[in-house]
Write a protein that binds this ligand. Structure first.
Ligand code: AMP
Length: 429
């Protein structure tokens, strides 16, 4: 698996003729959305972050770029950052990346630098074709484009990001890292829906899974936290952000995940319903008279915590539930109940579980969610150290009771570092 790539060879790039080659160890990570670009520049020599930033509301009058330099003027990591904001219209992704390049250049880390080894792109859908990080050429780009019907909201923006970055630095490898790739190891009987096989094949209907870079990073970090080789560890990863997914990872290999053809399946999320009887869709169409697009929007954007109680931010849900708000309490209870079901199901799938790991915005920060999800699961070997669980920390940590058979861990996810690691390993192998 890509997750195991640990190549540490350095790339050397010739500079101008006659001058000494430069060690290229920087990777620019781009996460291009339809109206935003998130970026990070990392130095893979020591895995340090040099700069992070975000361009949002691309194409509007009120575009905004926030850029933060994370190294001192002398290049020393942690030597005091510098945050800058730029307001005003940014017409398209080309202009957005141009503005990012200017900000990086102002910090002495321009994209024209020979130190840039690769650009790593988050690509949401790799279909069944892309199961590894891949250097993008014309053919690969065409194939990513051909997957747009499977991810109509995400893949077009990812393609645009790659095209623009390619124009900016045609000589530097552009590496696509796919959100679906880590899940490609799921057995066929897990990936298939129990529907007519010919229809499924005709329309590429199967379970792909998402958040793969996070599940890969966090499952590996969990093994490190336990002090064991990744091959020896079975872990249930609960990625609980605004989108949320669970995965069952056996010895570093994903065997099951909760998201499916799209990110709609599985857990209760901020605005998505997760699992529901597919007949709800027919009922809404036949009885409610809703169009397919209206149902799509209802289930993806107006369901989950938001649909149930009017708030998708777990902090608000917790605050309201604490004040006795019934809708918020029910939404919280549904969220936690679904989590418990997946922990139970994935315990059965794995047979032996070494750890359950919480990650992403809710998983890392909401001790109440962790406490409620694990409560009553002693028969599965799960018990918390409530004091340890209540402590906020940016570090990976164990929060299980000492006597518990299964470790419960909190591991901050780092998708950008994972993308940079995979991209760098590919160009230096
Ligand atoms: P992510 O998608 O990983 O950025 O996670 C975003 C979600 O994390 C938001 O919807 C918040 O509900 C949740 N979140 C962030 N901080 C906290 C916190 N301190 N307590 C509970 N939830 C939080």
């Amino acid at each position: 698996m890509t997750a195991r790539m640990t190549a540490r060879t350095t790339v050397t790039t010739p500079t101008r003729e006659g001058s000494a080659p430069v060690t290229a160890s920087r990777v620019l990570v781009l996460n291009s959305g339809s109206s935003s670009v998130k970026y990070q520049l990392l130095d893979m020599a020591d895995r340090s972050r040099l700069a992070v930033g975000l361009v949002e509301r691309i194409g509007e009058e009120t575009s905004r770029l926030v850029h933060e330099r994370l190294v001192g003027a002398d290049g020393a990591a942690g030597a005091g950052g510098d945050k800058r904001e730029r307001l005003g219209p940014i017409a398209d992704h080309e202009a957005a990346l141009g503005a990012v390049a200017q900000e990086l250049a102002a910090d002495g880390m321009g994209l024209d630098s020979p130190e840039l080894a690769a650009v790593g792109h988050r690509v949401v859908h790799g279909g069944t074709r892309f199961t590894q990080p891949t250097v993008v050429d014309d053919e690969v780009l065409a194939e990513i484009r051909s997957l747009v019907p499977l991810a109509p909201l995400h893949n077009p923006a990812n393609v645009t990001g790659i095209e623009v970055a390619r124009r900016l630095r045609a000589d530097v490898p552009q590496v696509a890292v796919f959100d679906t790739a880590f899940h490609s190891t799921m057995p066929e009987y897990v990936a298939r829906y129990a529907i007519d096989a010919a229809t499924a094949d005709k329309y590429s209907i199967r379970r792909y899974g998402f958040h793969g870079t996070s599940h890969a990073y966090v499952s590996r970090a969990t093994a490190a936290l336990l002090g064991k080789p990744v091959e020896d560890v079975n872990v249930i990863v609960l990625h609980l952000g605004n989108g949320a997914s669970a995965s069952a990872v056996r010895g570093g290999v994903c065997v099951e995940t909760s998201m499916g053809l799209t990110p709609l399946e599985g857990l209760v999320m901020g605005t998505r319903s997760g699992d529901l009887d597919p007949a709800v869709v027919f009922h809404l169409a036949r009885v409610g008279g809703l169009s397919v697009d209206e149902i799509d929007s209802l289930l993806n954007k107006k369901s989950g915590l938001l649909g149930m109680c009017g708030d998708n931010d777990m902090r608000e849900v917790l605050r309201r539930a604490g004040e006795g708000d019934e809708a918020a309490a029910t939404a919280f209870a549904s969220y936690v109940h679904r989590l418990k079901k997946y922990i139970g199901a994935y315990s059965a799938v794995l047979g032996r579980v070494d750890a359950v790991t919480f990650t992403a915005g809710v998983g890392e920060n909401a001790h109440q969610v962790r406490e409620a999800a694990v409560d009553g699961l002693a028969e599965l070997g799960l018990a918390l150290d409530l004091e340890a669980n209540a402590v906020r920390s940016p570090e990976p940590r164990l929060v299980s009771a000492e006597y518990a058979r299964v470790a419960v861990a909190v591991v901050p996810t780092d998708e950008e570092l994972e993308i940079a690691t995979q991209a760098y390993a590919l160009v230096t192998q």
